[in-house]
Design a protein around this ligand. Structure first.
Ligand code: ADP
Ligand code: MG
Length: 248
């Protein structure tokens, strides 16, 4: 069971090998409640694989992932979602033919599956929650628009909203501001600061200005291992980080 001191997420000695190649190699780190952790590092460092392991898309070769006192390495992907872990991929997976409202509504935990939720009565709790999330993701004046007509940045926010409506305790985002305009990036930073008031977030990102703006702690991965970890100020002045990543 979770104690007051136990982090929300504890990754311990986590390893995955693909045909003998260790993409993640004996990795240990933890994330506290209310923490916004950013993972940076060169391409191929193993960043996306770490998220794949936590959300159960990839099976660990060895090691442990504890979340709220539960061992995740033994659970299936949907069980990990139900335990409170949300994952956003690099390309938004939204329903292009549906409106913003409908996309959020079908993601509401009570009515899973398109048919089930479109037929189920729109009770006030659902409508209220959809409106609340739409406001958080800057789409409250876009509820009746078809998702395909949104800008790239708005689609990214919509997918974030589809995760938020499930109220995960841990949200993991892979390069959330890639392809966004400068003003969309600024708004996304504000959005992340808003949502960590009630949850923890892990973000993989390359945009160092954005990382500097949002990160509590930064973990620098290199060849499946932690190269450096600490505040942005600390890691950006770490000679090892400059050599393998920031210097390029
Ligand atoms: P990053 O996100 O840091 O750029 P990845 O986690 O995507 O890096 O990949 C880390 C390494 O693991 C890469 O060399 C990649 O080719 C390899 N890799 C990732 N997933 C698989 C897989 N399913 N099978 C084989 N190799 C993989
Ligand atoms: Mg990646």
């Amino acid at each position: 069971m979770q104690t007051g001191n136990e982090p929300l997420l504890s990754v311990t000695d986590l390893t995955v090998s693909f045909d003998g190649f260790r993409a993640v190699n004996d990795l240990s780190f933890s994330v506290r409640e209310g923490e916004l952790r950013v993972i940076i590092g060169p391409n191929g460092a193993g960043k996306t694989t770490v998220l794949d392991l936590i959300c159960g898309r990839t099976r660990a070769t060895s090691g442990s992932i504890r979340f709220k006192g539960t061992e995740l390495t033994r659970l299936k992907e949907h069980e990990i979602v139900r335990a409170g872990v949300g994952r956003k991929f690099q390309n938004p997976s939204i329903y292009e033919d549906l409106t913003v409202f409908e996309n959020l509504e079908i993601s509401y935990p009570k009515g899973r599956g398109i048919m089930g939720s479109l037929l189920f009565r729109r009770d006030t709790a659902v409508v209220e929650r959809v409106n609340e999330v739409a406001h958080t993701i800057f789409l409250d004046d876009q509820l009746d628009r078809r998702a395909e007509d949104l800008s790239h940045g708005q689609k990214q926010w919509l997918e974030l909203g589809m995760l938020l409506i499930q109220d995960p305790a841990l949200l993991m985002l892979d390069e959330p501001v890639a392809g966004m305009t400068v003003s969309e990036r600024v708004k996304t930073a504000a959005l992340l600061k808003d949502i960590i008031r009630t949850r923890s977030v892990i973000v993989i990102e390359h945009d160092m200005g954005f990382v500097e703006e949002i990160a509590h702690q930064v973990t620098v991965l290199h060849q499946g291992r932690i190269l450096s970890e600490g505040s942005m100020e600390y890691v950006k002045n770490d000679p090892r980080v400059i050599e393998v990543y920031l210097g390029h």
